[in-house]
Design a protein around this ligand. Structure first.
Ligand code: URA
Length: 438
């Protein structure tokens, strides 16, 4: 005899009731085991979508999903382990910069990352564009590497938050992705299972983000911070702009090159600024500085002194990659085709729509449509102009790269639509929308 009835649980949520911790845990466990059919799970998800979940229900759902798979034990690593997570952005290569920056300041960085699905690329795909780089690691080797050099970034195993994997796939096909509690619990179940003591969240808003409106992004950030706090973790969230791509490079190897340039102090301003900010919060969360200003000074020194670049090379070498790529970008895979996009008018660039550039980059071969798809490491888009730049008609706006001529052509046709040029100079839009929520 089953402890609960799925029909009663669906009924309760449908009518606006509050589910108990036991009911939520029972549902997650039984669904993971295959004892609850997809049609009942879908009905419950839809009831949650309309009736919402309160803070306690959201926390219980997160914990149940965390416990549905492997929970990493990082206790063999000394110090306060800090993770960093971005809710997904176009051209967001900050992990590649922030992780070595924080590690160079003595923060143990033990990071599990995902592959990209849809138009936002994943850190693992980006790292794999480095010749020889391995992202699949046994947990022992992962822990040993963090103890030895202070940093490891590995692909998230299929066993992490097993229930979330099943439920996310179901949400995707039942129009139930877009619910605050379901998104927050999905992200945080994986973060809590990854075993770090503190988490710095980069929550995006704007056209290329999950939550386009700032208010909603803020609500999501607060909810994730609350979940972390309720679990006894230090969680800090920063709200950042994703109305245009971050930096100038979008696509796997293009982004790694831009990240290395940033570690050399030659990166675009928005990426450099955001990376220092996020790394400083990690240093503070790890207890390596007494206040944010001190933490910011430490990461700035790690950047300017070249220590963070050295840490990046050490990290690449430890995971089987050739650190010489940092000096010789010709070692990255090159694309066979390139299409250029030119400005049709003179004035100022007032819009470079992140979502359109993201989709165009995916079309060029840099992203996946289905999770079985492979990515082209050389494909992507390089932006020569961004919002606020003055431009003359006929000047170069962007280059689109890839290894499939047709796809590159189509991607360039799409990417053109991302740009707006107007006579009026636009107001400056900072990358950091709201400093911090904790
Ligand atoms: N990312 C996740 O991992 N889960 C969601 O529900 C949305 C974004």
């Amino acid at each position: 005899m089953s402890k609960f009835s799925m029909i009663q649980i669906i009924n309760k949520k449908r009518d606006g009731g509050t589910l108990s911790a036991e009911e939520i845990r029972w549902f997650v466990e039984e669904y993971t085991k295959g004892n609850v059919p997809d049609y009942q799970a879908s009905a419950l998800l839809m009831a949650i979508y309309f009736q919402k979940m309160d803070r306690e229900e959201t926390f219980e759902l997160t914990r149940a999903m965390r416990d549905s798979g492997e929970v990493m034990d990082l206790s063999a690593i000394g110090g306060i382990k800090v993770d960093k997570h971005s809710t997904g952005g176009v051209g967001d290569k900050t992990t590649l910069i922030v992780a070595p920056l924080a590690a160079a300041c003595g923060v143990p960085v033990a990071k599990m990352s995902g592959r990209g699905l849809g138009f936002t690329g994943g850190t693992i795909d980006k790292l794999e564009s480095i010749p020889g780089f391995k992202t699949s690691m046994e947990s022992r080797a992962f822990v040993d590497q963090v103890n030895a050099i202070g940093i490891a970034v590995a692909g998230q195993t299929a066993q992490i938050a097993a229930a979330d994997k099943k439920l996310y796939a179901l949400r995707d096909v039942t129009a139930t992705v877009d619910n605050m509690s379901l998104i927050a619990s999905s992200i945080m179940s994986k973060k809590l299972a990854s075993g770090s003591d503190a988490i710095v969240l980069d929550v995006k808003c704007g056209s290329g983000a999950f939550m386009e409106e700032q208010e909603k992004a803020e609500e999501l950030a607060q909810m994730m911070v609350d979940i972390g706090k309720d679990d006894g973790k230090t969680v800090i969230a920063v709200l950042t702009d994703m109305s245009q791509p971050l930096g100038r490079a979008v696509g796997n190897s293009l982004e790694v090159i831009e990240a290395i340039d940033t570690l050399k102090g030659k990166g675009p301003l928005d990426i450099s600024h955001l990376s220092l900010e996020l790394a400083a919060w990690m240093v503070l969360a790890a207890g390596k500085a007494s206040d944010f200003e001190e933490a910011k000074a430490m990461v700035t020194d790690a950047l300017l002194s070249g220590k963070a670049l050295e840490k990046f090379k050490e990290f690449v070498a430890a995971q089987g990659g050739d650190p010489a790529v940092a000096e010789n970008y010709g070692m990255f895979p090159e694309s066979a085709f390139c299409q250029e996009i030119y400005a049709g008018a003179t004035g100022y660039v007032t819009r470079v729509d992140a979502r359109i550039i993201g989709k165009a980059s995916q079309l060029s071969g840099a992203g996946r449509e289905k999770k079985e798809d492979s990515v082209d490491p050389a494909a992507g888009i390089y932006l020569y102009k961004k919002v606020g730049d003055p431009i003359r008609g006929g000047a170069l706006l962007a280059r689109v790269f890839g290894n499939d001529d047709d796809k590159v052509y189509q991607a360039a046709e799409e990417a053109k639509k991302a740009f707006t040029i107007s006579k009026e100079e636009p107001a400056e839009k900072p990358v950091l929308v709201k400093k911090v929520i904790r």
